[in-house]
Design a protein around this ligand. Structure first.
Ligand SMILES: [Zn+2]
Ligand SMILES: [Zn+2]
Ligand SMILES: [Zn+2]
Length: 402
């Protein structure tokens, strides 16, 4: 059996590293007094090879139900739920909310909203809001429809991690459960979360391939050379014609990564020399949102509704919600039909749908026209918070007497 020949067989030639024998250079390379860091004893690992392995160690690919995970490709990683989880939308009767009362604000509320708005701006005068005459109040109330579909998806991949003190849950302990058979308690509904856990009975302990089980590799920074290029002079030993102070003209400094020991802890096994190879299950919960606000036929910028809440008119929460059919605003009914259908066909084959929620909010929106000292101006009052949006408030600086 031949010993793998990793590290350099001779000190690598480093151009631009003039060594000054008069300088204290740290241990020479190779350090003859220390056989543990002699060349070839610790493997040299390219940075690309570090980090967790995606592919399994060769002899552990035969776990029933997980064969597709072998190799470097991600084929088989994606795990659609078994058909047993697919459900048909139930034909629950349509929401029979007959009383769709749509409130509207009055002049007093409209005036107060503008006054609050003016007072909240650092230098707006409040006199227009106090003295104005409301000439017209037009409601443009609209709605916000939301469908939320809370889904769970699962994927698996082989991973390699440093050994822990825990007992190894090996394939000899029993057959590995299939991905969707593993019990995982979902987090609170409609909140995104990701959890990772090992698939039971898939773990094996192996000698670390990166360091040949030694727990250390040749220092990646200095390549086992104890010294690295001086950054101050870029390895030249000179700065503006003078000898570089940082490296005393040598062009190199002692390697801080390995403290000039030439070796570093193996990142793949965290210095333990052994790794665990197992299938890791990733469970992802996601709240998928479909949102729609019908056209309100006003100049109000719709995106401002994101900052406010509305009056809850309707809420339905169940495994699969039926589309809304009889809402007074037809575009809500159409959208509900589309949204329910779209979410169902999008998620049912790739995820488990855990819950759906459908809501309609009334978004209060009124345009107020008023006159103040002969000026005709207008503003919008919107949301339950009675926020104000205006472009022509007549007193935007309190320092100017209007
Ligand atoms: Zn080093
Ligand atoms: Zn230097
Ligand atoms: Zn290692």
């Amino acid at each position: 059996m031949d010993v793998p020949n990793y590290g350099p067989s001779a000190p690598p030639f480093q151009p631009g590293y003039p060594m000054n024998p008069a300088m204290p250079l740290g241990p020479p390379y190779p350090p003859a007094m220390n056989p543990a860091v002699a060349p070839g004893y610790y493997p040299t690992v390219t940075t690309d090879a570090l980090g967790p392995h995606v592919a399994p160690y060769p002899q552990f690919t035969g776990i029933p139900g997980y064969e597709g995970l072998a190799g470097d490709s991600n084929d088989g990683k994606f795990l659609p739920p078994p058909p047993a989880f697919g459900q048909e939308p139930s034909n629950v009767p349509d929401p029979t909310n007959k009383d769709w009362t749509i409130p509207s604000i009055n002049n007093e509320t409209a005036k107060q909203a503008l006054l609050d708005y003016a007072n909240a701006q650092c230098c707006y005068g409040s006199s227009p809001a106090e003295e104005m005459e409301i000439t017209q109040l037009r409601p443009y109330n609209t709605y916000r429809y939301r469908l939320e579909t809370f889904t769970e998806s699962r994927s698996c991949e082989w991973v390699t991690k440093p050994v822990t003190g825990d007992a190894i849950d090996s394939p000899e302990k029993g057959p590995a459960p299939q991905p969707w058979e593993i019990q995982v308690k979902p987090p609170s509904l409609f909140h995104d979360e990701t959890r990772k856990l090992p698939v039971p009975h898939t773990t094996s302990k192996k000698s670390c391939q990166e360091c040949n089980g030694k727990g250390k590799i040749i220092c990646q920074k200095c390549n086992g050379n104890s010294r690295v290029k001086c950054n101050d002079c870029n390895g030249s030993g000179k700065r503006s014609g003078e000898e570089c102070m940082n490296c005393s003209g040598t062009g190199s400094v002692g390697c801080k990564t390995c403290n000039q020991t030439n070796v570093q802890t193996c990142p793949a096994c965290a210095g333990k020399g052994q790794v665990m190879n197992f299938i890791e299950l990733t469970v992802t919960w996601k709240n998928n949102l479909y949102e729609f606000i019908p056209d309100h036929h006003s100049e109000f910028p719709t995106e401002l509704f994101q900052k406010v809440t509305g009056e809850k008119l309707y809420a339905d929460e169940q495994l699969l919600v039926p589309p809304i059919m009889n809402f007074p605003e037809p575009s809500i009914n159409q959208t509900s039909q589309t949204a329910v259908q779209q979410h169902y066909s999008k998620f049912i084959s790739t995820c488990r749908i855990l819950k759906q929620r459908q809501t309609i909010e009334l978004l209060p929106l009124s345009q107020v026209e008023y006159s103040w000292k002969g000026n005709n101006c207008s503003y919008f009052v919107y949301g339950r918070e009675n926020k104000v949006e205006t472009k022509d408030y007549p007193s935007t600086c309190c320092c100017v007497i209007q």
